[in-house]
Design a protein around this ligand. Structure first.
Ligand SMILES: N[C@@H](CCC(=O)N[C@@H](CS)C(=O)NCC(=O)O)C(=O)O
Length: 254
């Protein structure tokens, strides 16, 4: 059994999609990131970067001790090695797949996260329109650039890392399919190869099941005050705040 410490977001879906693709048994452990669960002592022990997703595999390939992992790319690489699926075990294609996994983790994910922040969230927090405009332009521009990178790659390959569907597609699809909300829905006409790939991956039953996993977790109606408190937790993190949460967690663990 694999515990998935999870909230239904693109980074969380990567893991549930892979687990569904491989037919592995898993159970979801909610990490309400707007409510601050990512700072709880038990969670920080398995995910010291206070981010979900994280997993605990109680029957790992590494021995008899349960294996805890954070970072979605590392989790998918591990699950691929565990099952022998969606990542070749050797040869140049293994590294081609990993290259695109790292590309997503270092580029598309962070740039889309920042674009989403400036476009959709920061206007509730920042009062300087020039800052908002600069941040939006910078990061939406990066998302547009990265959409072009994917479109070019997919103009000569069926899937991101080549001819076969792999963990590179699974880490990229949950973000890429949302790009229209940041750039403009008309973007899909400009990037037809990306659109073809987004639609093809969306049809896979495991992708649909992974996307639905835990969908009810974030559905509660929130008051304006509650929304404000959640934004404060999510968007105002510094080392001071993280250290205070860790110290509090350490105290309560005593
Ligand atoms: N690179 C990490 C990113 C994970 C990440 O940013 N998770 C977000 C939700 S999508 C989170 O846990 N946020 C909590 C917070 O910001 O405190 C991964 O892919 O696992």
């Amino acid at each position: 059994m694999i515990d998935v410490h999870y909230w239904p977001t693109p980074n969380g879906w990567k893991v549930t999609i892979m687990l569904e693709e491989c037919g592995l048994d898993y159970r979801l452990v909610p990490v309400d990131i707007g409510g601050g669960d990512q700072f709880q002592a038990n969670f920080l022990r398995i995910s010291p970067n206070n981010r979900m997703p994280a997993i605990i595999d109680h029957d790992p390939i590494t021995g008899s001790e349960p294996l805890a992992l954070f970072e979605s790319g590392a989790i998918l690489e591990y699950l691929a090695d565990k099952t022998g699926q969606f990542l070749p075990t050797e040869g140049s294609q293994r590294y081609k797949v990993l290259q695109w996994v790292h590309w997503q983790m270092a580029n598309l994910g962070p740039m889309m996260g920042n674009a989403n922040h400036f476009k959709n969230y920061a206007r509730n927090i920042a009062d300087d329109p020039a800052q908002l405009e600069y941040g939006t332009k910078r990061f939406v521009g990066e998302v547009d650039r990265l959409a072009g990178v994917m479109d070019a790659q997919l103009s000569v390959n069926a899937f991101l890392a080549g001819a076969d569907y792999s963990i590179a597609d699974m880490v990229t699809w949950p973000w890429a399919m949302l790009a229209g909300r940041l750039i403009d829905e008309a973007m899909w006409e400009v990037f037809p190869n990306l659109k073809r790939w987004v639609d093809t991956v969306a049809e896979r039953p495991a992708v649909q099941a992974g996307r639905k996993a835990g969908a009810d977790m974030g559905k509660k109606e929130l008051t304006e005050e509650e929304q404000k408190a959640r934004r404060e937790i999510l968007f105002n993190q510094t080392n001071d705040k993280v250290r205070a949460a860790r110290e509090e967690a350490a105290q309560s663990a005593k």
